[in-house]
Structure formats: structure tokens, C-alpha cells
Design a protein around this ligand. Structure first.
Ligand code: FAD
Ligand code: NAD
Length: 449
């Protein structure tokens, strides 16, 4: 058995951890990355998350057959996985160890193989926990026994397109997969315990998103109780109290993802956990044990690849930079739900501003007014921006339109540096692009008084 004394241990090959491992190895420091599954070199995003799901979404819209797209997706993730492995393993001072890590004390870790046999013992001067999140499986009778219940990981690995796909959960994964599988031709039904669709969005936006998804054949049954699941159906009690059976050949559970700390042996350490099993960290991502940090989904904040990457920036800045970065200076994080068209947001919407009693000017533009919408053959959508009446600075924007996942990054920057909306209104943009909609959105005629 290997016994290793090392300066840096990264537990989990996620976004923040792998970027940090590379950074430390390039500095010539010894680094060991422990990853429980060779399929996961490079973490969730490239293997089972963002990249494969967006590849399938884009190719579904292009009209590719599901089986063909799934094959190409497997090739893409295989290549990325290998590239990520070599990015770390080829560094002279770095090593990747295959196996499941378990803490035995604050700075000691055992690595077990698939049979539970201990294959390595490590002592790390610094330890970085980057074990991600796992799907929450709600306690619905029959859910764990049904042969057709899947998570997003298994659904993307299917060889055959499901005819009737039922999705439990109308959050990020639920909506993106509903949109994706509707494009490939599945009959999709989305269920949620809450009646309130896209509860954090303004009502005009959420109504529009829902009716656009419905116009593509997606059925929503919201505010329902899921009574039981069998191999080929989901039994619900609808809002009227009636029992309804939904025929399903695959059932996707998309009811959230929880910090992945089970089995990590944290009970053998002084690393504190919060109520949802998340690792408690301070503003600099330090855990309650000195020289042990947590990065990414596992510390219970926002669950995005780009926030995990920003966790790397915080940790590396505090180790080797000016020490000024922290979680609390992370503001105006943009988000995109990759439905068709995409729903992107940064800063405040009307709902947030009203709740906080913040005064605002409102600008609104239908996506159909944007010339590029016609070029893309996708005129659905709505843009809404809030501006501070005193300073002219942008308070926030919601863009439900094609390519909003690109435009939103520009607005995020504008908010960050405090640009007045007039600058975006009067700027020269290339044509025809979705970004040039900002010329129109902020025009006086589009202010809602
Ligand atoms: C279907 C889907 C689509 C998504 N789409 C997007 C998107 O479009 N954009 C976006 O920004 N985010 C998206 N996300 C979320 C994003 O993937 C995650 O927030 C991000 O990957 C989390 O990265 P991380 O650094 O926390 O760790 P992860 O990348 O999750 O890596 C954790 C690693 O730790 C390993 N591990 C766990 N326990 C152990 C252990 N005990 N020992 C050894 N190894 C261990 C795991 O195998 C895994 O490889 C999506 C997620 C899913 C599931
Ligand atoms: N485009 C992106 O950036 C992207 C894409 C996919 C996933 N993600 C990340 O992954 C995370 C997890 O995604 P998710 O969709 O699983 O979670 P989510 O939190 O976005 O949505 C979960 C949904 O499940 C519903 N729900 C919970 N329990 C239920 C039950 N028992 N029965 C019916 N419905 C129930 C909730 O009301 C909610 O609508 C997201 O929060 C996001 O951070 C991001």
C-alpha cells in the first residue's frame, strides 16, 4: 500500500480543484488529486453535466437523431476526460490516484478501491475538498425500486429515445431536459410540488416561458403530490385532489443536488457540516480545520461550474496573491437556463426590487423586434431591464431570448463597473446580433411608465 506525505491533496477532480491542482503543480509543489471514478476525471461539468447536456440540447435543435447525438456526446466527453486526466497527471510534481477518499483525521486520508480495500494512505499539509454534489432522491414510494427512474447522468447515456418522459422537478435540470427531449421528439410531462413556476422570475417572464414550452408539447402539472412510482407510471394527486396516472417509460428525478459529503469520513475530523450536509466555510473558503479548504458545490453555495472556478481564484489569491478575494466580493453572478430560447439573468428583477423597496425605471422589449431573431428563426422572448432613477446605473436584466447566455455576460460586466444604461444604449454593436438589442431596449420608447 502506498503511504504518501504530500504538500497538497485535492479530494475530487472538480472544476475548482483541478484548476488549483494544475496551478500548484506548475509552481513545482507536490499535489495528489484523488478521484473516485475514472469516468469523472475533470468532474461533473465535462462528463455528466454542462457540456454533454448542452451538446445534446444544441444537436436536438439542429434536428440530429437522439441515438446519433448520444454517440457523438460520448466521444466528446471521452476526449475531454482524457485531456483533463493528462492536464494533471503529466505534471512532474502531480499524481492522480483512483479511489474513494475518506478522512481518518484532520490531515490524514485513506483511499479505497471499488471493493473498499484501502490502497493508499496520505498525509497532506494542505487539503482542498472538491467533491461536488449528488442528486436528491425524494422519499416517494416506489422511486428507488422502479426500473425506469433515472438521474440526469443515466438519461444522457440512454441508447434509445424515451417515448414518454416524465420529469420530477421544474428547476434548471428539469426545464433544460424537458426542452432537450421535446426537441428529440419525446412526449414530456413535468411535475413539481410547487405551483409557482420559475418562482424567482417576474410573472410576465415565467408565464411566457411556460406557454412557449407548452407550445412545443411539454405538459406541466404543477402543485401536485407524487403518490407513487411504478416501472411505467407516475401516480399523482392533482390540485383538485384527483388521482392521475402518467404513463412514463423513463422518469427523470431532478429535485435538486445536495453537497457530496456522505462517506467522506468527516466525522473523524473537526470539519464542521451545516444542516444540508454542506461543509461550513468562511469568506475565504477555509473550513473549520486550519489548512483545509472546500471548493465548489460541496460548500453549499451556488451550484455552477463558473462559481467553482471562482472558488479556485479565491483560494489561489489567498495563498499566493494579494489576499483580497473572498466570497463576499462575488457579486452580480449571471445565470442562464439553456432552454430554447435561453433564459438569462443578472442583478435585480422587478420582483427583487419590489421586495427590497428599491426604486427603478423599467425598460422592456419583445425579442421579435430584434433583427437577428428573424435570422435565427426564433422570435420568441422578452427582455427586461431595471435602471436606477438617480444614477442611471443598471440594476439588473432578464433576457429571455436567443443567445442570451452570451449577451448576459456583457451586462454583468456593465453592472460590475457601474456603467450608465445610456452607454449601452448608444454603443456601436455589430449587426445582426442579439447584443444590438441593447440599443433598442434602452430607447426612450421602450421605457414602461
Ligand atoms: C445535468 C447537469 C447540467 C449542468 N449544467 C450546468 C451548466 O450548464 N452550467 C453550469 O455552470 N453548471 C451546470 N451544472 C452544475 C455544475 O456541473 C456543477 O455546479 C459543477 O460541475 C460543480 O463542480 P465542483 O467543482 O463542485 O465539483 P464536481 O465537478 O462535481 O467534481 C466533484 C468530483 O469529486 C469526485 N468525488 C466525490 N466524492 C469523492 C470521494 N470521496 N473521493 C474521491 N473523489 C470523489 C466526484 O466523482 C467528482 O468527479 C450542471 C449540473 C448537472 C448535473
Ligand atoms: N444552466 C445551468 O447553469 C445549470 C443547469 C443544470 C443544473 N444546474 C445546477 O444544478 C443544480 C441542480 O439542478 P436541479 O434542477 O436538480 O435543482 P433545482 O433546485 O434547480 O430544481 C429542483 C426542482 O425540484 C422541485 N422539487 C423538489 N422536491 C420535489 C418533489 N419531491 N417533487 C416534485 N418536485 C420537487 C423544486 O420545487 C424545484 O423546482 C441547480 O440548482 C443549478 O445550480 C445549472
Amino acid at each position: 500500500m502506498k503511504k504518501i506525505d504530500v504538500k497538497n491533496i485535492v479530494v475530487g477532480f472538480g472544476k475548482g480543484g483541478k484548476t488549483l491542482a494544475k496551478f500548484l503543480a506548475v509552481k513545482g509543489e507536490s499535489v495528489v488529486v484523488i478521484e473516485q471514478s475514472p469516468r469523472m476525471y475533470g468532474g461533473t461539468c465535462i462528463n455528466i453535466g454542462c457540456i454533454p447536456s448542452k451538446f445534446l440540447i444544441v444537436n436536438g435543435e439542429k434536428g440530429l437523431k437522439f441515438t446519433e447525438a448520444a454517440e457523438k456526446k460520448a466521444m466528446l466527453t471521452g476526449n475531454l476526460n482524457l485531456k483533463n486526466y493528462h492536464m494533471i497527471a503529466d505534471e512532474a510534481t502531480a499524481e492522480v490516484i483512483d479511489g474513494k477518499a475518506k478522512f481518518v483525521s484532520d490531515h490524514e486520508i485513506e483511499v479505497m478501491d471499488a471493493e473498499g480495500e484501502v490502497i493508499a494512505q496520505l498525509i497532506g499539509e494542505r487539503i482542498f475538498i472538491n467533491t461536488g454534489a449528488t442528486p436528491v432522491l425524494p422519499p416517494i414510494p416506489g422511486l428507488v425500486d422502479s426500473r425506469n427512474v433515472v438521474t440526469s447522468t443515466e438519461l444522457m447515456d440512454l441508447k434509445q429515445l424515451p417515448e414518454h418522459l416524465t420529469i420530477i422537478g421544474s428547476g434548471y435540470i428539469g426545464l433544460e431536459f424537458a426542452s432537450m427531449f421535446a426537441s428529440y421528439g419525446s412526449k414530456v410531462t413535468v411535475l413539481d410540488i410547487f405551483d409557482n413556476f420559475l418562482p424567482r422570475d417576474d410573472e410576465d417572464i415565467s408565464k411566457l416561458v411556460r406557454s412557449d414550452l407548452e407550445s412545443r408539447g411539454i405538459i406541466f402539472k404543477l402543485g401536485v403530490k407524487i403518490d407513487a412510482i411504478t416501472d411505467n407510471s407516475v401516480e399523482i394527486i392533482n390540485k383538485e385532489g384527483k388521482k392521475v396516472s402518467i404513463l412514463s417509460d423513463k422518469i427523470l428525478v431532478a429535485t435538486g443536488r445536495k453537497p457530496n459529503t456522505a462517506g467522506l469520513g468527516l466525522e473523524n475530523t473537526n470539519i464542521q457540516l451545516g444542516q444540508r450536509g454542506e461543509i461550513v466555510v468562511n469568506d475565504k473558503l477555509e473550513t473549520t480545520v486550519q489548512n483545509v479548504w472546500a471548493l465548489g458545490d460541496v460548500h453549499g453555495g451556488l451550484q455552477f461550474t463558473y462559481t467553482s472556478l471562482d472558488d479556485f481564484r479565491i483560494v489561489s489569491n489567498n495563498l499566493y496573491g494579494d489576499g483580497k478575494r473572498s466570497l463576499s466580493d462575488r457579486k452580480n453572478v449571471p445565470t442562464s437556463v439553456f432552454i430554447t430560447p435561453a433564459l438569462s439573468k443578472v442583478g435585480l428583477n422587478e420582483k427583487d426590487a419590489k421586495a427590497a423597496g428599491i426604486d427603478y425605471r423599467l425598460f422592456k422589449l419583445a425579442a421579435t423586434a430584434i433583427p437577428k431573431s428573424a435570422v435565427l428563426n426564433q422570435s420568441k422572448g422578452l427582455l427586461k431591464a431595471l435602471v436606477d432613477p438617480e444614477t442611471d446605473k443598471i440594476l439588473g436584466i432578464t433576457i429571455y431570448a436567443e443567445e442570451s447566455y452570451e449577451t448576459i455576460n456583457l451586462i454583468s460586466l456593465a453592472i460590475e463597473v457601474g456603467l450608465p444604461y445610456t452607454l449601452l444604449r448608444d454603443k456601436i454593436y455589430t449587426h445582426p446580433t442579439m447584443t444590438e438589442a441593447l440599443n433598442d431596449l434602452f430607447a426612450a420608447k421602450n421605457e414602461v411608465k
